[in-house]
Design a protein around this ligand. Structure first.
Ligand code: 6LC
Length: 497
């Protein structure tokens, strides 16, 4: 499902607690002391995440530089840190328990190296970026961006990191199913896969995970002659799917199972596991985990996974209109000087990606690249925790570099031959309901033909909110003849918690 549905209509509910001016500066280290904090409830209908990005989350200094500004509290008694807290303006960040969102390797003696999932106690929010914490009796600085509060709510037993109620609740009405079914490139691709493999599917046992209204199962029953299709669906829409199966006289083949795939019990393993599990940035929603679990439990050795592979693509791009309407707007609305609001605008509008972006191919500054390629037969669930890929782009024309756009593609390997069917959601293919995802820099960079844009992307799965992730982008821009970059930056984008 596209980001538009799951969590993409975010609201920023608070302004930055600091008056720090946004915008990237050249940094001499790619370690990102970005800051992202989140709170709030899921809004059930559109599955909105309510975020509070308390600060701009783009690097604008080197860790060394910021460290020098930190008070030397290494020698403070813990008991005095409450006084310390009172002196600092980060009231939201009171003494309390936090979890480490992604690995942090200390580069200074006063910092603590911590691993994703470690729990720490915040002793003092010293600056907006560096917090003083305690972990197993040791104290040290950690970038605030790596911390996520363990609220009382999150501690309670009935708090669900998978947000199943909201998640499945959003699939119980027709709205999202209409959007998915109306997406021709998506739905026709699945249809083509079944059609091309109809002979090979004869007598096969098929499992359609997250069948929704059952469209893929219907294609199988209509165009192939499988032994059985298990149509597994956890949301209430399954009731309608059962009625549709009866109405269309496929009860002999399609067995609707209203259950979470994780709780599935089948009489035997299946030959084919088909699912449409892809979300914003491919993995958001992490329905992929359910698919992998079911693969490991219920797919025959040598069975077919559809999709068989998935790739994440990216390109650096100009986004003049986005930048003009969201940031440059504040230069002189109605002839007035509103420039002082620009840092706030950057914080409010550019700290999260735009999941409904439609990239015009003319705005691509280079050829796109594949960041990551996942093999559905071999991918392990643990590998979803942190996924990364490097990139090198060769700028093909002069232009403003406003950010990066990502999309995904999936391939379906044919059963009987080496051919495959592809669904590519990118700007060079027909638009799908997933659209494209734009990640904007705080400030655009003028680039020229021949420049190199290099760096890496890291997807960190949220250790609490299991359907969410953050995307860390590190980049440098180097002129054709130069050996050192003229611009380096880093930014962390939550999707959506
Ligand atoms: C597809 C989502 C559908 O899959 C939607 O109807 C949802 O209720 C169902 N679904 C998701 N996870 C499971 C699961 N673990 N067990 C059973 N049904 C599930 C569109 N979403 C994406 N393509 N991302």
């Amino acid at each position: 499902m596209a980001g538009e549905i799951f969590g993409c209509r975010m609201k920023n509910t608070s302004a930055s607690p600091t008056d720090k001016t946004a915008g990237q500066r050249v940094v001499d280290s790619l370690e990102c002391p970005a800051k992202q904090t989140v709170s709030g409830e899921m809004k059930s209908d559109l599955w909105q995440a309510e975020h509070e990005n308390q600060d701009d989350n783009q690097c604008e200094y080197s860790p060394g530089e910021s460290y020098e500004q930190l008070p030397d509290i290494a020698c403070l008694e813990i008991s005095s840190t409450m006084d310390c807290m009172a002196q600092y303006p980060y009231e939201d960040y009171t003494y309390g328990e936090f979890v480490i969102m992604s690995d942090f390797v200390a580069t200074e003696e006063t910092q603590l190296s911590l691993s994703c999932g470690d729990r720490v106690v915040l002793l003092c929010a010293v600056t907006s970026d560096w917090w003083w914490v305690e972990h197993n009796g040791n104290c040290g600085y950690v970038p605030a961006s790596h911390l996520h509060r363990v609220s009382d709510e999150e501690d309670t037993e009935d708090d669900d990191p998978w947000q199943d109620e909201e998640y499945y609740g959003s699939y119980k009405t027709l709205k999202l199913h209409l959007e998915m079914l109306s997406d021709q490139p998506r739905t026709q691709t699945y249809r083509n896969v079944i059609l091309q493999n109809s002979a090979a599917l004869k007598g096969k046992r098929i499992l359609d995970l997250g069948c929704g209204t059952g469209i893929i199962s219907f294609f199988c029953a209509q165009m192939a002659q499988p032994e059985v299709v298990y149509a597994v669906e956890a949301s209430d829409i399954a009731e309608q799917t059962s009625r549709l199966v009866k109405e269309n006289a496929f009860s002999g083949i399609i067995k609707v199972i209203r259950q979470k795939a994780e709780d599935l019990k089948l009489p035997s393993k299946v030959d084919v596991l088909v699912s449409e599990w892809m979300g914003t940035c491919l993995v958001f929603e992490f329905m992929l985990e359910s698919v992998l679990q079911v693969r490991d439990l219920w797919l025959e050795e040598g069975g077919i996974m559809w999709p068989s592979t998935a790739s994440i693509h990216m390109v650096p791009c100009s986004a003049e209109k986005e930048y003009a309407t969201k940031v440059l707007f504040w230069d002189s609305p109605y002839g007035l000087d509103f420039r002082m609001l620009k840092p706030m605008a950057v914080q409010e509008f550019l700290s999260k990606p735009s999941p409904d972006y439609v990239l015009n191919t003319d705005d691509c500054l280079s050829e796109p690249c594949v960041l990551m390629n996942l093999n559905m037969k071999t991918l392990k669930i643990e590998e979803l925790e942190k996924m990364s890929g490097p990139f090198t782009f060769h700028v093909k024309r002069d232009g403003m570099f406003h950010g990066f756009t990502t999309w995904f593609s999936v391939e379906f390997q044919n059963i009987d031959n080496k051919e495959h069917v592809e669904l590519n959601t990118g700007p060079f293919n027909p638009l799908t309901h997933w659209k494209h995802t734009l990640f904007m820099l705080d400030e655009p960079i003028q680039t020229h033909r021949g420049d190199r844009i290099e760096g890496s992307v890291i997807f960190h799965r949220n250790p609490f909110w299991r359907r969410h992730l953050s995307v860390t982008l590190n980049w440098s821009v180097t002129e054709e003849s130069a050996t050192t970059a003229h611009s380096v930056g880093c930014k962390v984008f939550p999707i959506w918690r």
